[in-house]
Design a binder for this molecule. Structure first.
Ligand code: ATP
Length: 880
């Protein structure tokens, strides 16, 4: 079982700590790790106990809707109306059971989804780097740390290469903290323990190695959060909205039911009968189960998306996805393939020249070539780790060396690395210092504007000359970028001793352009987004010309479009006092180039200030503030850092831009399905109320008896409604603008539709009652039965009114929904069975009908659909 670790690892030297944990820098063996696992347990924070199944069931009863149903049941028992009392009890049990199973399923789906994207760590085990689930870490494991990692356990540093961490999750301190390996005093406060890394903090720069000293609850974060951990009930905003709606509807229903009872009594109908009818109406019309249907639809949506490689971390994100109006995406790897190939190079031999290096030739002196190879091979982290392929641009550089018959592995042996300043997205460059015999070799690569600024000299053939005409180089680089190439400048310096200012006196070697073709399916996705009113924005650290060219290729901007569409990161700093005009320009732009992460955050703020719901794709540790701030943060599963994945709401396991489209489509569909569900249920319920109300204030017999109302509530209302909630959605859903986040579930257009559909059904029911009673003068029981069946038919057919107006009446999202047909069949089957089972037959006061009476039922019931369609298509209710 978990063993408490009481040492102060920061007070140990590296040797002491390795000795204490009985291991060495090559890591534990697998067998040892398993044994330690048994001793220390899993590296997870112990959760407060989850709610028991019984508790979840009991919770279903704590609902005002159930209180009202219970009151109705008690009233029925007081009137000694046993059958009705039990029928309401049955309704209560069904409602709570459905709620219970749905909530259980929702909880299970969320749990299952959380397991789909486990957090991983890189550790040394059996002297090899392995990617293992962080929960399997044990004290003594050697962690390999890199920028963007979320620290999975408390650990003492063994090695630090410019390592800095953001420890806000632990200490609240937002600045990055520099780390090293020096032994510290016992009294050193947590925030100053620079030789330790703590669970849940983030590597913001550099890389290093550390030995795990505490796991699970035996970490600093474990100690702090012990008090606050609790399994929270999942309550999405949609669920809350539906809760509010159903509370409002309770009152409306109660008032209508009471009015119907009173008016019926005044009209001379039997009081007891009217009270029972009122109660039944109230029971039937209260829309129990609304919120839980939302939860289950959202959970189903999450599961469907997970099969498409899209992991949604929080239920409510599915809902927000449908509201996204702006989608900010990075370029490399998302819009492009991320398969870099060095394709051209600019160097100066006799003159400044651009060579195509894909034909594997570079006609420059060997010395010049050798220097290029040195920087390409040494200022590069690819190829070190066989498991992890590394940065594609760096891989491409190794390919460049190999293709031109260089040997990067030999170079790495001959020029051992002394120091590294890792690539930094803000500085946009990487620098290494290597041993060159008795000298020191500084190698730099990075964005051309940044590197050229620091170059005082230029390699020209075998000579090094003063660097005069930088403009010409910049022009050449821009031309390269205009062809869509990602461009890097390579520079070096050879000095006698470690320089205090390594970025000075640099010698420029040349510019290399890398080809990275756009992904094939992106243009289509952008077109779909255009039709769906979602603005796609490219936010890249790359050069504006590269961004423009790629933007044109994927149809994000028109070919040759003016620079209005492209904003340069540097122009984007101070958004505080910008004019309306400038703001408009920013809002209209489609490409933001040379952006640093902080500017990404400003961009999210700008859109949000303009009431746009923002989706933001990102992968780096520096993207985390923007991912967090965006309404939907989307991280890449393959390329993304653990930090980005942790703060994101959505993870794209296949790193594909097109997967966002699936997610947004699904988000929109789910909301529409829930709307269909609500509109259907309310129109059916309203039809029942109005039909009974009209009959009770007129001299007509009641078209529905109390038990018949309860029966409808359980059969014809429920199944088709649930089926509508399961639909795959309309094809038109991506042809409409995004939903506004403050848009109510039931818009005024939809309220009108509810009234129209319910009146069509009511009209059919009242018409058949009048026809059978006043015209044909049938027995009141037969009249009632005809009205009852007409209502059932009208309600079942009402599902077909829910398809969007734009789709065809025959082939639409409702008719394509197999669940709908199943629900209709099932409901009909239950109605027929109820007729044949003597007990139910008596309960529902059913009598055999003649063929012509049944035909009348079909005629009147069937008439409801064309009537509803006529109203819907002529009145043009918005949103329907
Ligand atoms: P994208 O939107 O294309 O994904 P990004 O926002 O991730 O780009 P960065 O990776 O920050 O952009 O790259 C910005 C610039 O930094 C590049 O144009 C390139 O000049 C330079 N750069 C990129 N990778 C490296 C690297 N490994 N070493 C040195 N410089 C690099």
């Amino acid at each position: 079982m978990e063993k408490k670790n009481t040492i102060n690892p920061h007070t140990y030297s590296i040797d002491e700590i390795l000795k204490h944990f009985d291991c060495n820098e090559n890591g534990l063996s697998s067998e040892e790790a398993v044994q330690r696992q048994e001793r220390y347990g899993l590296n997870v924070l112990e959760k407060k106990k989850d709610k028991s199944v019984l508790y979840i069931f009991a919770e279903q009863f704590l609902d005002p809707i159930i209180y009202i149903l219970a009151a109705a049941m008690i009233l029925a028992f007081i009137f000694q109306d046993w059958i009705e009392g039990f029928a309401v009890l049955f309704v209560i049990l069904m409602t709570t059971l459905i709620g219970f199973f749905m909530e259980l399923q929702a909880i299970r789906s969320v749990e299952a989804l959380q397991k789909l994207a486990p957090v991983k760590s890189r550790v040394l085990r059996n002297s090899e780097v392995q990617n293992i689930e962080s929960s399997l870490l044990v004290p003594g494991d050697i962690l390999i740390l890199e920028m963007g990692d979320v620290i999975p356990a408390d650990a003492r540093l063994l090695d630090s290469n410019g390592l800095a961490l953001k420890e806000a999750s632990l200490t609240g301190e937002s600045h990055q903290i520099e780390k090293n390996t020096d032994k510290l005093d016992k009294e050193t406060p947590l925030s100053d323990q620079s030789n330790m890394v703590f669970s849940s903090t983030i590597v913001s720069r550099g890389n290093g190695k550390a030995i795990v000293t505490g796991t699970g609850n035996n970490t600093k974060i474990g100690e702090i959060s012990k008090l606050t951990r609790e399994a929270e009930k999942v309550r999405t905003p949609l669920e809350k909205k539906l809760n509010i709606l159903s509370r409002k509807l309770i009152w409306l229903t109660l008032i209508l039911a009471a009015l119907t009872t009173i008016s019926g009594y005044i009209q001379g109908k039997e009081l007891l009968m009217m009270i029972k009818t009122g109660i039944a109406l109230a029971v039937a019309a209260i829309p129990e189960g609304l919120p839980i249907v939302a939860t289950i639809s959202l959970a189903k949506g999450m599961l469907r998306l997970s099969k498409e490689n899209v992991i949604i971390k929080k239920l409510e994100s599915v809902e927000t996805l449908g509201e996204v109006g702006v989608l900010c995406t990075d370029k490399t790897g998302t819009l492009t393939e991320n398969k870099m190939v060095a394709s051209s190079i600019v160097v100066q031999n006799e003159r400044l020249e651009t060579f195509n290096i894909q034909n594997q030739d570079l006609p420059v002196p060997e010395e010049q070539k050798e220097r290029l190879f040195q920087v390409a091979a040494l200022c590069n982290n690819a190829g070190f780790d066989k498991e992890n392929s590394g940065d594609p641009v760096e891989e491409a550089l190794l390919g460049f060396v190999t293709d031109l018959d260089g040997d990067w592995e030999r170079l790495r042996q001959d020029f051992p690395r002394i120091k590294e300043y890792p690539f930094d997205t803000e500085k946009k460059r990487m620098l290494t210092i290597n041993q060159e015999n008795s000298d020191v070799l500084v190698c730099v690569k990075g964005a051309m504007e940044t590197v050229l600024k620091h170059c005082d000299y230029l390699q020209t053939g075998v000579e090094v000359i003063d660097f005069g005409n930088k403009e010409k180089w910049l022009e050449e680089g821009e031309r390269m970028a205009s062809n869509g190439l990602r461009t890097l400048a390579l520079a070096y310096n050879s000095v006698k001793e470690l320089p205090s200012e390594p970025m000075s006196n640099l010698i420029l070697l040349g510019l290399i352009g890398f080809e990275d073709p756009p992904r094939k399916d992106v243009a289509q996705a952008i077109e779909t987004y255009r039709n769906a009113g979602v603005k796609v924005i490219m936010v890249t650290g790359d050069h504006p010309n590269t961004a423009q060219k790629i933007g044109e290729e994927i149809n994000l901007i028109k070919s040759g479009s003016n620079s209005e569409n492209i904003i340069y990161g540097a122009d984007f700093n101070n958004l505080e006092n910008i004019s309306k005009e400038e703001e408009k320009k920013l809002l209209n732009a489609s490409i933001f180039a040379r952006m640093i992460p902080e500017q990404k955050l400003n961009l999210v703020n700008l859109y949000q200030k303009n009431n746009l719901v923002v989706g933001m794709l990102g992968d780096g540790v520096n993207d985390t503030p923007a991912l967090k701030k965006a309404d939907i943060g989307i991280a890449m599963g393959i390329r993304g850092t653990e930090a980005a994945k942790e703060v994101a709401d959505v993870i794209l396991m296949d790193d594909k831009f097109t997967s966002t489209e699936l997610a947004i489509r699904q988000g929109r569909n789910i909301f529409e399905n829930i709307r269909h569900f609500v509109v259907f249920l309310l129109s059916c319920n309203l039809a029942e109320i109005i039909a009974v109300a009209i009959a009770s204030i007129s001299s007509l017999p009641l078209p529905l008896l109390p038990l018949q109302i309860l029966f409808l509530n359980l059969v014809t209302d429920v199944f088709p409604a649930l089926a509508l909630g399961m639909g795959r959605g309309s094809k038109n859903v991506m042809k409409q603008p995004p939903r506004l986040s403050d848009e109510p579930i039931i818009t005024s257009g939809r309220w009108k539709a509810i009234v129209a559909y319910s009146l069509s059904i009511t009209l059919a029911v009242i018409a058949i009652t009048w026809y059978a009673y006043s015209f044909k003068q049938y027995h009141p029981v037969i009249v009632n039965n005809m009205a009852f069946y007409t209502l059932i038919l009208g309600q079942l057919l009402n599902v077909f009114n829910l398809a969007s107006r734009e789709s065809s009446f025959i082939n639409n999202e409702v008719t394509r929904n197999k669940w709908v047909w199943g629900a209709i069949l099932l409901s009909l089957l239950i109605v027929v069975t109820a007729y044949w089972i003597p007990f139910l037959n008596t309960m529902l006061s059913l009598q055999p009908l003649e063929i012509d009476q049944l035909l009348m039922v079909i005629l009147f019931g069937g008439f409801t659909v064309p009537l509803s369609q006529l109203i819907k298509r002529t009145a043009h209710f918005s949103g329907n």
